[in-house]
Structure formats: structure tokens, C-alpha cells
Design a protein around this ligand. Structure first.
Ligand code: NOJ
Length: 774
């Protein structure tokens, strides 16, 4: 029996028959509907009655002020006029964020549990986005693995470390769909596609929370930012999002729904206006969609000061109005600003907020504290800290995740993997030996000194047998300093004269000239991605392009390793360099993983979770547009250049090569509650092993609304030995074809004719049709 990890579930594989030189395996993967009810959420609430009665009893003893205290979260690091100890003793705080010292966490917790009237434990939250002390690949990279089980494992390991210091809650996963790489936070999500995004959302929730909320060594997930943050106009962080209902339901909301169905216990609002109403004061989102339609039972936290900013938006008249609007819209806890603390009691007294709304919030928060086990086991044992943080198991998992996340974009004449006979390599570039940069943004608790750079990884792997000539070549200077520089161990800006810079540039080219092959490690400094890191241009920042062109001009084969949090303009490179390996920000073990990949000890198998533009003028860009007036001219829509992407969604190469053929369906039609199975033969035609991600796309030919030309509806990452052939089967449920129709304003699976493609990326050519019959 063999088990493989597939797009949505682990699947059991059975050998169907043998052929000369090839074993053909049937790989069944059910493509379950995002609309299907979750058995998991039922399990999570197994001891509901006991918990509910405990919480109801506690709630009945609380004063209004104590209740409002539970709804208030304080940043441990922010300046404060009243000490944290005093706030705790007066029961004016229910949660802290940005505290990671286990001794201090215990001290505060002892105070909350032992020195207060009600003995209610605190919940400690932190941004564990892609690792805690051991930094894993950024979420966009984890999505590039096209392996939800990998994402789940990485976040479960991150939860282990975070829980070891006493954290109970992460502000992740971010599940915002992003189709505009100018937006810096594209790195925090799973890219452009609602189906892939949903699978990654639920996998990460399971990774953080474990089998159920309160699982040992796990933490509470917080799905964010509800909703539409990724559609910020112009890619400018915090700007308004204007999203049609059709796009909201079919594109932006599904990953949130999937995360809720997977049992996510908390959710964070977004900063921006959604269609004219700030997300933090948006009752449609928080009541109608989240609670009424989806049955969400957890609690909602605002984003940082986003309740106070309801006034800044020109939505609330004053802080007291902001408090009323946020709580009445369905926000249960306020992150950092004190608008709830200062105004809610008066609002209840003057009738603008019902005390029942306060009770609902506190009930949801206390219930989660109960489920997390905080009432019975509030303290962290210091024993785990040393053993867990940066352990060998963590480092190995981080290295594996980084290997599975890398995407090989180009490989001319098999320049990669590097030949065993190579005697000299130039390792060049501003990111080649930068420890903070390889960790990427949101690596708050990571230690730069733990990180392995590409230069270090290659040196360690190749030893003294290969001469490695290193030069930085150029600097990357961020034009606007980042407000997060202090938090994220960002490299300090370098002050060098032009003469020194020119000399460094020339030195780098000299290293290329004296080497057999050059590896240029290019991209963005880590503080160019993430929050408040929108970019006007997607060009390689600084003089990196110039450096690249000069390196190529030497005539030596040039391999580009990219470290970045968004697609960049590499159109020139895609035509002139020998190979491009997209490693994203691969984390603490990035250098070792990249060395494995470059030398062939690991084979790249990731695929792009985003459509890669040629030029910033093409954005927003995504593969699943609707068909248009002249569909065949989609690639020639601009008079001054191609409108085709540089690399399509789902694209990625391997050191192996694959042939996909013989696409068949087990039936040509199904009913709206039925399913059918598509099967395709996948053969590894190379002499090396490798993984192929088999992808399934559909298109509805006609209906009550125009539907995208293609939509991902299933995938599975399949390992294939050299020469191996397998039959990959994906089961498509009719429910997967359902969509929210802008005509009927309802979800429906509409009868009619559908196209189905299976293949290596969103340009898959193996094609069949099928019908949904009433
Ligand atoms: C603001 C960010 O938008 C959010 O994602 C994060 O979790 C909070 N700050 C806390 O750091």
C-alpha cells in the first residue's frame, strides 16, 4: 500500500497493473466541494455542553467592565501609561500580543489566574506566519509546493515551537487572494486561486490547531484578513478594495470558508474599506456571511488599531461611535487600541450596544480559552523551550519544506543540476550571503544568526573540492525605510561611495570570469515584501539587472536563484540566462535547501501559485479570466507588448521530464449531486526521479453567467521514479462546479456542457468534455 499527498486529502494508491519498465499506479484523489459540510467542526465541538455551561456560569459572575476587559488585547511592546500588571489585576485585559519570553508569559499568567477575582487566564498571541524561531518558507512558497500536507506539517512544526514558549494563538493563516504583485502582502498568502488557496487555508488551520483546538503542542489559528484585503486598489497596501459580489463569493471568500470549515477558532478583520464599508465595521461580512451563513463559532479580533481607524476612514464620527459600530458589526476583541475599553461601558449604558452583544463576544472568547485548555493548564513548562526551539527536527522540516517549495522556471541545456565535475563556481549577488534576507518578512522571532545563506549552503555541500568565488556585486537600497526594520532584523542600509560600489561591481564580474559557472542570487531585500511594502515597479531593485547583464556578457553560464516575495520582472533573464530557480524566501534552512536543489540532491517540483507577468503593466493578472469578445487575441491586447504572462499559473519544471497522455473519464455526464473520475497517464521520461503536479481544470460552456475560461478543480503532487508511469485519477464532484451567480444571486450547479483539462499547468492540453444533466 502506498499513500500519496493530494490536493485535498491523503489518498490510498493501489497497483492496478504492471507494464514493461513501468509500474502503473492508480492515484485517486477526491476533489471535494468547498460547500461540503465538515465532519471536523462537529468533532471540535464534542464537549460543547460542558464548555458552554462552564462559560455561561463564569459569564454570569462578571461585571460589565470585566467583560470588556476580556474583549481587549494589549501589545506588550507598545508604550503604556498604566502598567500591564495593573491592567491584569484590574481585569482590563484578556490577551497580550508580541510577548515571547516564557518566563514573563508565566509571570503574567500567574497574576491573571491567581491574583484576580475571576481567575480568567490570558491568551497570548503572536504572528507565527511561517515559523517561530525556525523560519519556514514564506506562505507563498508553501503554496508553491502544491502540497497541502507539506503546508500543514510546516505550520504544525511552527506551532510546536511557538507553544513551547507559551504562545496560544497565531495570527495566521493569511488567506487573502492576491492577483497584484505590487501588493507586498502577496507573500503571506497562497496566491491568486480560490481552489488552491482553500486547500492551503484548511491545511494551515489543521497544522496550527492539530486535530482539535487544544491539541497538545498546537495553537489557535486566526484566519485573516476578512475580507478582500488582497484586492487593495493599485496594489497599495491598506487602500480600498472594490469587489463585485460575483468576485467576492467566487474568488475572495472561498478560502475563508474553507478555513472555517476546517475548524479555525478565530478570525481577524481587514484594514481596508470593502465596497465602501470598512471591513472592521462590516456587519454583512461578520454577521451575515461569517456567522449566519457559515455558522462560525469562534471569535473575531480586529486588526491592529483598525477599530480606532473606523474614524480615520470617515466612517465613525468619533471613538465612541467606532466602538459601537465595531461591536455591533460583530468584532469580539480589539487589537491594541483602547476604543472598546474606553467606550463600551458607556455605550451599553446609553443603549447603543446591547449587553447581550457584549455577552456574545465574551462567551466566544472564553469558550476558546476553555477549549485551549487554559482554564486547566494555563502555564508553560520551561522544559520544552530548549529542546524545541531550533531543534534538529525543526531544521530538517524547514529544509524539506524549502526544497519542496522551490520552482524551477528555466533550465537550458540541463545546466542544472550542476555537473559533478564542476571545479569553480562564482556565487554573486546582494542576497547570496545575507542571513536576514533569506528568512523573509514576518520572521519576527527568527534569529538571523541561525539562518544558512546560499553561499554557506554551497560551501558546506561542495567543500574544498570546488573553488567558490563570492562577491556581493551590488547593494539593494530600499528607498523608503520600513517601519518594521527594527522588528524584522532587517539588514542595515549600506553607506558606500559610488567608487566603492563600482569597484564591488567589477570585482563580482571578475569572479564570474574566473569561474566555470555563475550563480547569481537576486531578488528583493526582505523588507521590500510584506506589510506596507507595495512597489511601483516589479524590476529587480538597484543595479541587479545591470549586474546580471554584465555576468551574462562574460559568456559564462549564469544560473539565477531568486529570493523574493512576489513575481518580479525577469523577462530579460527568462531569455538570456541558463537557469532560473525561484526559491522565494525559503527560511532558516534556505541555503542548505538551495544547495541540495542546485546540485541535484533534491529535484525541484514546485509550481507557481500565481501567474507571472512580463511587465507591471499587465497587473492585475490571473489565469482564470472570463472569455471575451475575441478570446484568441488574449495575448495581443496591448499594442506595445504581449499580454501573455511570462509563466502561466501552475508552471514549474523538474530535472525529470513528464509526458501526460490518455485522458479519460469514467462517465460522460453526471447529475448535480453526482461525481465522475478523470484519469490520465503520467510518465517520467527521464533518467532521474522527480515530482509532477497533475492539475485538473474545468470550464462551463454556458449558463446564467459567463464563467472563467479555466478554473482549477483538483491537483495532486505525484513522485515518479525514473521511467515510471502511473495513472492518476482525480474525482470531480458536481458540487465543485457550483458558483454564485450574479444573475440569480444564488449558488448553483448549472446543467450543461463542460470542458475538462488535465496537465502540468494551467495551459494543459489534454482535453475532454462532459455534461451535468438535470
Ligand atoms: C497588522 C497586520 O495587518 C496583521 O496581519 C498582524 O497580524 C497584526 N498587525 C499584528 O501584528
Amino acid at each position: 500500500m502506498l499513500f500519496f499527498r493530494c490536493g485535498r486529502i491523503s489518498v490510498q494508491n493501489a497497483i492496478s497493473f504492471c507494464a514493461p519498465l513501468a509500474v502503473i499506479l492508480g492515484i485517486m484523489c477526491s476533489v471535494a466541494s468547498a460547500q461540503q459540510p465538515s465532519t471536523r467542526s462537529a468533532a471540535v465541538h464534542a464537549d460543547d455542553a460542558k464548555a458552554a455551561s462552564f462559560v455561561a456560569d463564569l459569564l454570569s459572575k462578571m461585571t460589565l467592565e470585566e467583560k470588556i476587559g476580556q474583549m481587549s488585547q494589549i501589545s506588550y511592546k507598545e508604550p503604556h501609561s498604566v502598567s500591564h500588571d495593573e491592567r491584569i489585576r484590574k481585569e482590563q485585559v484578556g490577551s497580550f500580543l508580541f510577548l515571547t519570553d516564557p518566563v514573563e508569559i508565566n509571570r503574567l499568567q500567574h497574576m491573571a489566574v491567581e491574583q484576580t477575582r475571576l481567575h480568567i487566564p490570558l491568551i497570548f498571541g503572536y504572528d507565527v506566519i511561517h515559523g517561530f524561531r525556525t523560519i519556514y518558507p514564506i506562505p507563498l512558497a508553501l503554496a508553491s509546493s502544491w502540497d497541502p500536507a507539506e503546508a500543514q506539517h510546516a505550520q504544525s512544526m511552527a506551532a510546536r515551537e511557538a507553544s513551547a514558549v507559551g504562545l496560544n494563538w497565531t495570527f495566521a493563516p493569511m488567506v487573502d487572494i492576491a492577483r497584484d504583485p505590487r501588493w507586498g502582502r502577496i507573500m503571506e498568502g497562497a496566491g491568486e486561486d480560490p481552489y488552491l488557496g482553500s486547500r492551503m487555508a484548511e491545511a494551515q488551520v489543521r497544522g496550527f490547531q492539530g486535530d482539535a483546538i487544544g491539541s497538545p503542542d498546537h495553537i489557535l489559528a486566526c484566519v485573516k484578513h476578512f475580507a478582500g484585503y488582497g484586492a487593495a486598489e493599485g496594489g497599495r497596501d491598506y487602500d480600498s478594495a472594490n469587489i463585485s459580489d460575483e468576485q467576492l463569493w467566487n474568488v475572495y471568500l472561498p478560502p475563508f470558508h474553507a478555513a472555517v470549515q476546517a475548524g479555525a477558532g478565530s478570525l481577524m478583520t481587514a484594514y481596508m474599506d470593502l465596497n465602501g464599508v470598512p471591513a472592521t465595521g462590516n456587519g454583512f461580512l461578520l454577521h451575515n456571511v461569517l456567522r449566519k451563513k457559515w455558522g462560525f463559532q469562534g471569535f473575531v479580533v480586529s486588526d491592529w488599531e483598525s477599530i480606532a481607524s473606523l474614524k480615520t476612514h470617515g466612517f465613525a464620527a468619533a471613538p465612541d461611535d467606532a466602538a459601537v459600530r465595531a461591536v455591533n458589526a460583530g468584532v469580539n476583541m480589539e487589537m491594541t487600541s483602547a476604543v472598546f475599553r474606553d467606550n463600551l461601558a458607556a455605550a451599553v449604558k446609553n443603549g447603543s450596544v446591547k449587553e447581550s452583544a457584549i455577552d456574545d463576544s465574551v462567551h466566544a472568547i472564553l469558550l476558546m480559552k476553555y477549549r485551549l485548555g487554559l482554564f486547566t493548564n494555563p502555564y508553560v513548562s520551561l522544559d520544552r523551550v530548549k529542546a524545541e526551539l531550533g531543534s534538529i527536527a525543526q531544521r530538517e522540516a524547514a529544509r524539506g519544506a524549502a526544497e519542496r517549495s522551490a520552482v524551477l522556471l528555466r533550465n537550458q541545456a540541463g545546466v542544472l543540476p550542476l555537473k559533478k565535475s564542476v571545479a569553480s563556481i562564482a556565487v554573486i549577488g546582494p542576497l547570496a550571503d545575507s542571513k536576514p534576507d533569506i528568512m523573509g518578512s514576518w520572521s519576527l522571532a527568527g534569529h538571523a544568526e541561525d539562518a544558512v545563506t546560499v553561499l554557506e549552503g554551497l560551501r558546506k555541500k561542495l567543500g574544498s573540492a570546488v573553488a567558490i568565488h563570492y562577491a556581493k556585486g551590488v547593494e539593494i537600497d530600499r528607498v523608503q525605510p520600513s517601519i518594521f526594520d527594527e522588528l524584522f532584523a532587517s539588514p542595515k542600509p549600506v553607506l558606500k561611495t559610488q567608487q566603492e560600489r563600482d569597484a564591488e561591481f567589477q570585482h563580482a564580474i571578475d569572479q564570474v570570469k574566473k569561474s566555470e559557472v555563475a550563480i547569481l542570487v537576486l531578488g528583493e531585500a526582505q523588507n521590500m515584501s510584506g506589510e506596507r511594502a507595495s512597489r511601483l515597479s516589479l524590476a529587480l531593485p538597484g543595479r541587479q539587472q545591470e549586474l546580471l547583464e554584465a555576468a551574462v556578457a562574460t559568456g559564462k553560464p549564469v544560473v539565477v536563484v531568486m529570493l523574493n516575495g512576489r513575481p518580479l520582472d525577469i523577462t530579460w533573464a527568462s531569455q538570456h540566462v541558463a537557469a532560473i530557480l525561484e526559491a522565494w524566501y525559503p527560511g532558516t534552512e534556505g541555503g542548505n535547501a538551495i544547495a541540495d536543489l542546485l546540485t541535484g540532491d533534491a529535484t525541484p517540483g514546485g509550481k507557481l501559485p500565481v501567474t507571472w507577468p512580463r511587465s507591471v503593466g499587465q497587473v492585475p493578472i490571473y489565469y482564470s479570466q472570463n472569455l471575451t469578445q475575441i478570446p484568441d487575441e488574449t495575448d495581443t491586447r496591448y499594442w506595445d507588448g504581449s499580454s501573455a504572462p511570462l509563466y502561466p499559473f501552475g508552471y514549474g519544471l523538474s530535472y525529470a521530464s513528464f509526458q501526460l497522455s490518455n485522458l479519460k473519464m469514467d462517465a460522460s455526464s453526471m447529475r448535480p449531486d453526482g461525481s465522475l473520475t478523470a484519469a490520465i497517464d503520467v510518465q517520467n521520461t527521464a533518467a532521474v526521479a522527480g515530482d509532477e503536479v497533475v492539475q485538473l481544470y474545468t470550464h462551463q460552456r454556458a449558463g446564467s453567467a459567463s464563467r472563467p475560461r479555466r478554473e482549477l478543480k483538483g491537483f495532486v503532487r505525484v513522485p515518479l521514479a525514473a521511467g515510471e508511469k502511473r495513472t492518476v485519477k482525480l474525482t470531480l464532484h458536481a458540487g465543485d462546479l457550483g458558483f454564485w451567480s450574479p444573475q440569480t444571486h444564488q449558488w448553483a450547479v448549472e446543467p450543461g456542457l463542460f470542458d475538462l483539462w488535465m496537465g502540468e499547468d494551467s495551459k494543459a492540453t489534454e482535453h475532454v468534455t462532459f455534461s451535468v444533466v438535470p
